[in-house]
Design a protein around this ligand. Structure first.
Ligand SMILES: NC(=O)N[C@@H](CC(=O)O)C(=O)O
Ligand SMILES: [Zn+2]
Ligand SMILES: [Zn+2]
Length: 345
């Protein structure tokens, strides 16, 4: 049994750091474990310009502090009317690493997202030309589609045609939750990859209704049935370079979760690596953990691998029931349970 795990410093390829007081409270958790992170742009208002991204990046750096070696990689929130030239300039200037496509109303702060992907032709052609990745929240927004099917239907209706029409477009299908998404990404003859969250590896939709309604297990795409969790697990531990770590850590203040209309999003940043390590350990695949956490994402994005290492030690570590107070009190993923590993830095 491996009790001590040392890997190259990892990156988080999908995280929500929020803004204001919440940013001040949560940024350090991500910066503690990860060298770099892809920062989601779904603020209010969303990050759609170079100026907004630079200002947000500066606020993140201020929240993290000088003593920590952490690089936020910024993304541009796509809207119907967004200017491809602004995005291309932002990419050339090293401000925008990728673009994020939210189908309008698919998830938290996506109201200004894209209503029709056909409106994006100019943007998609430009992304394909310059090799800038398109990150996708892959769910249809058609309310007549069962919520548990929205990802699989997106893969069929939107992603497959998109990949066909833009054969050179680099795509990251974010936070995959289904066997259909895992299969599409595995098999596509296309530069495509997927991020996978800890929650979609560790729990299934039963967790939403375990003895009562469990708002802290609610995120989007919503947890799926066990067969899908197992398919996503197989993809994560397969060693395929198309699957990599993206926590989708998405903090909401406790009152916004425990509500008549609770927000979607799970805050997993404080024990993210511990949670993933548990999965790879359970699967007997700790030898595949470094690729997933520290190599596949950087290679897909065309970035250097990080220098240095981090170490996890098998240990009993209780995840606190909540973190912070007042307007930044959040309930972490796995609250009140044993994380099973200790992050040593
Ligand atoms: N994953 C979530 O449930 N929520 C995210 C948005 C997202 O990634 O879809 C959030 O910003 O809260
Ligand atoms: Zn999303
Ligand atoms: Zn997200």
């Amino acid at each position: 049994m491996t009790d001590r795990l040392t890997i190259r410093r990892p990156d988080d390829w999908h995280v929500h750091l929020r803004d204001g007081a919440m940013l001040g409270a949560v940024a350090r958790h991500t910066a503690r474990q990860f060298a770099r992170a892809i920062i989601m742009p779904n603020l209010t208002p969303p990050v759609t310009t170079i100026e907004a991204a630079k200002a947000y990046r500066a606020r993140i750096m201020a929240a993290v502090g000088d003593s920590v070696d952490f690089t936020p990689l910024m993304t541009c929130y796509l809207t119907d009317g967004i200017d491809p030239a602004e995005i291309a300039r932002g990419h050339a200037e090293g401000v925008f690493t990728a673009c994020k496509l939210y189908p309008a109303h698919a998830t938290t702060n996506s109201a200004q997202g894209v209503t029709d992907i056909r409106a994006l032709t100019g943007v998609l052609e430009m992304l394909q030309r310059i090799g800038m990745p398109l990150l996708i929240h892959g769910e249809v927004t058609d309310k007549s589609i069962d919520i548990f099917d929205r990802e699989a239907v997106f893969v069929e209706r939107t992603l497959a045609p998109l990949a066909r029409d833009y054969p050179g477009l680099k795509i990251v299908l974010e936070h995959i939750t289904t066997a259909e998404a895992a299969a599409f990404v595995t098999e596509a003859d296309h530069p495509i990859a997927a991020t996978i969250t800890p929650q979609h590896l560790l729990i299934n939709r039963n967790a939403l209704f375990d003895g009562g309604l469990r708002p802290h297990a609610y995120c989007l795409p919503v947890l799926k049935r066990e067969t899908h969790r197992l398919a996503v697990r197989r993809a994560a531990v397969s060693g395929s370079p198309r699957f990599f770590l993206g926590t989708d850590s998405a903090p909401h203040v406790v009152g916004a979760k425990e509500s008549g209309c609770g927000c979607a999003g799970i805050f997993n940043a404080p024990f993210a690596l511990e949670a993933y390590a548990r999965v790879f350990d359970e699967e007997g695949a700790l030898d595949k953990f470094e690729g997933f956490a520290s190599e596949h994402g950087a290679r897909f994005y065309g970035l250097q691998l990080n220098e240095g290492t981090v170490t996890l030690v098998r240990a009993d570590v209780e995840v606190p029931a909540s973190i912070g107070s007042g307007e930044t009190e959040v309930v972490p993923f796995l609250a009140g349970t044993n994380a099973g590993w200790r992050f040593e830095g």
